[in-house]
Design a protein around this ligand. Structure first.
Ligand code: GRF
Length: 208
């Protein structure tokens, strides 16, 4: 049985597209059933349309409280009978209630090797600029489970890429993004197959 995935996006949605495309090619046992976005102009909308995936626009400012916002998200997730929530460049904090209900079934991708260069304030180009300024020779994406703290949940997959020849943060971003598009579908596919065993903060990969 395919797991039903909701992707949450704020901008371009290239990670969302990589998961949807891997699913459509039959490489991973999931179906992306809805794309939720908080930004009316998110490029992810066009990508969803091109793939025939329904979209839901949920701007946070429409809700007076976190509770109302959470209730609306729950309603969407129930309407589409979502099994897995994949945050893919989603820039809005998810209410704790939602994080708790989807514990172990909500993933995020971060464009650096956590726990380094992560946490509050480390998003977008800020991450790559910090990596560049630190003179790092490797960087790379991390897919992790979402818990109540930013960039903190158990790491599912992580991959290092050499960046020693990158001349600026933009080149690092491009190189890391390419790898994001490989590991995010892979991680979601493994999660859908129940291939991770949680041992404290460690997510151990169960051999197939
Ligand atoms: C990616 O670098 C992701 O790691 C970060 O935001 C970016 C989103 O890109 N969280 P896209 O919207 O998936 O193209």
């Amino acid at each position: 049985m395919k797991k039903r995935v909701a992707a949450f996006c704020s901008h371009g949605g290239s990670n969302f597209a990589s998961i949807a495309d891997a699913a459509a090619r039959g490489e991973i046992p999931v179906e992306v059933v809805v794309m939720v976005h908080n930004n009316a102009r998110a490029g992810a909308k066009e990508k969803a349309k091109a793939r025939g995936i329904p979209t839901e626009w949920v701007p946070r400012k429409r809700f007076a409280t976190d509770e109302e916002y959470a209730a609306h998200l729950f309603a969407i997730l129930e309407r589409y009978t979502v099994d897995i929530v994949a945050l893919a460049g989603f820039m809005q904090r998810i209410p704790e209630e939602v994080v708790r209900r989807y514990a172990g079934r909500m993933t995020n991708i971060h464009p650096a090797l956590l726990p380094f260069f992560g946490g509050k304030g480390f998003y977008g180009m800020r991450v790559h600029t910090a990596v560049f300024e630190a003179g790092m020779k490797v960087s790379g994406p991390t897919v992790h489970l979402v818990d109540e703290q930013y960039d903190h949940g158990p790491i599912l997959l992580q991959r290092a890429v050499a960046i020693d020849d990158c001349r600026n943060p933009e080149e690092i971003a491009a190189r890391v993004l390419k790898e994001e598009h490989r590991i995010y579908p892979e991680a979601v596919g493994l999660l859908a197959q129940g291939r991770f065993q949680l041992e404290g903060r460690r997510a151990a990969l169960i051999p197939s």
